[in-house]
Design a binder for this molecule. Structure first.
Ligand SMILES: [Zn+2]
Length: 295
C-alpha cells in the first residue's frame, strides 16, 4: 500500500504546493482522495497514468478539492479505460457532476457511478470506504480506507503436522473448517488473523465529535492543518483545524502516524506548524507535493 501526495496547499496553490489531492494505491486499485485544480498534471509529473484510478472521493465542493475533477474525467474518457470509475461525494455530487458535464460538453466513454454519502460504508471486497459528515461551512466528508482483516495459515504447524498443500488450506483461509485425510482442520487451530489497516483522511473541518469518530483506531491519519495556534481565531472563523487540534485527534485515536496537509499559503515555513503538533503527538510529519509513504 502506498500513498502519494499530489497537492498539499489550502485554497491558494503556491509554487511548491498544488491544491488538495492524494492517491492511495492498494492491490492494483487507485483511490484518489480529492481532486484540486491541476491534479491530473501532478499525476503526470510523477509518471502515474490517470487510468490507474478506480475510485474518486470528493470531500466537499470547494474548488481547492474539486476543480480538477472534470478535466480528469475528460482525460480518462480519452484513454478508453475499461474499468468502472466510482465517484463518492457529499449531497449534490450527482447534480454537480451533471452541471459540469453540461458546461464542458462531456460524453464519458467509461462506465461510472456516482454515490452520495453521509455517514456511510461502501464495500469494495478487500476493503471498505467509510464516510462521515464533518463540521465545515459546507457539507464536508471525512473518509476512512478500512482494509479487511485477513486469515493467514500457521505455516509452521502445517509443516510440523506434514499437511500437504491443497484445497483444504484455501478453505481454511476463507474461514471455513476443512477436512484432510479423514480429520477436521479447525480454522482457529490452523490460522491467525492479520488486522487490516485503517487510514483516515480528515478534510476541511473544525474540531467536532465526528472528527474523533471517523479517526477512531486509525493507523494513519492524514489531516487538514490550515493554521498554527497564532491564527486560531481564523481557524474558528473559517471552520478549519490548527495543527495542534489535528494532533489531538491523532492522540485520542491511538494513531501510529499523523500526516499534516492543506497548509495556508500565508506560511513561508512550517516549523511552528510541526512544532505545535509534535508537542501533542510526537509522530507527526508534514506532507509535501510528491511525498510518498509506504505502509
Ligand atoms: Zn480546502
Amino acid at each position: 500500500m502506498e500513498i502519494t501526495f499530489l497537492g498539499t496547499s489550502a485554497m491558494v496553490p503556491t509554487k511548491e504546493r498544488n491544491q488538495s489531492s492524494f492517491l492511495l494505491e492498494y492491490n492494483g486499485k487507485g483511490i484518489l482522495f480529492d481532486v484540486g485544480e491541476g491534479t491530473q498534471r501532478q499525476l503526470r509529473i510523477i509518471g502515474k497514468s490517470p487510468s490507474k484510478i478506480n475510485i474518486i472521493l470528493i470531500s466537499h465542493w470547494h474548488g481547492d478539492h474539486s476543480l480538477g475533477l472534470i478535466g480528469l474525467l475528460q482525460t480518462l474518457s480519452s484513454q478508453n479505460i475499461e474499468h468502472k470509475i466510482t465517484i463518492i461525494g457529499p449531497e449534490n455530487t450527482k447534480k454537480n457532476i451533471e452541471l459540469l458535464m453540461d458546461i464542458f460538453p462531456s460524453n464519458f466513454s467509461f462506465e461510472y457511478e456516482v454515490l452520495e454519502a453521509e455517514d456511510s460504508v461502501f464495500d469494495f471486497g478487500s476493503f471498505e470506504i467509510h464516510t462521515k459528515v464533518l463540521c465545515h461551512n459546507v457539507k464536508s466528508l471525512g473518509f476512512s480506507f478500512v482494509e479487511k482483516d485477513i486469515l493467514k495459515i500457521k505455516e509452521e504447524k502445517i509443516k510440523e503436522e506434514k499437511i500437504k498443500p491443497g484445497p483444504w488450506l484455501g478453505k481454511l483461509q476463507k474461514g471455513l473448517d476443512s477436512e484432510y485425510e479423514g480429520r477436521i482442520l479447525k480454522v482457529e487451530d490452523y490460522t491467525f488473523v492479520v488486522k487490516g489497516k485503517k487510514i483516515t483522511y480528515i478534510s476541511d473541518t473544525q474540531l467536532c465529535d465526528s472528527v474523533f469518530e471517523i479517526a477512531k483506531d486509525s493507523n494513519v491519519i492524514i489531516s487538514e492543518s490550515t493554521f498554527t495556534r497564532e491564527h486560531e481565531d481564523k481557524s474558528v472563523l473559517y471552520k478549519h483545524l490548527t495543527s495542534s487540534q489535528a494532533a489531538l485527534v491523532a492522540l485520542k485515536s491511538n494513531a501510529e502516524l499523523l500526516i499534516l496537509t492543506h497548509f495556508s499559503q500565508r506560511y513561508s515555513d512550517l516549523n511552528d506548524m510541526l512544532f505545535e503538533a509534535k508537542e501533542v503527538f510526537e509522530n507527526t510529519r508534514l506532507a509535501f507535493d510528491f511525498m510518498k509513504v509506504k505502509l
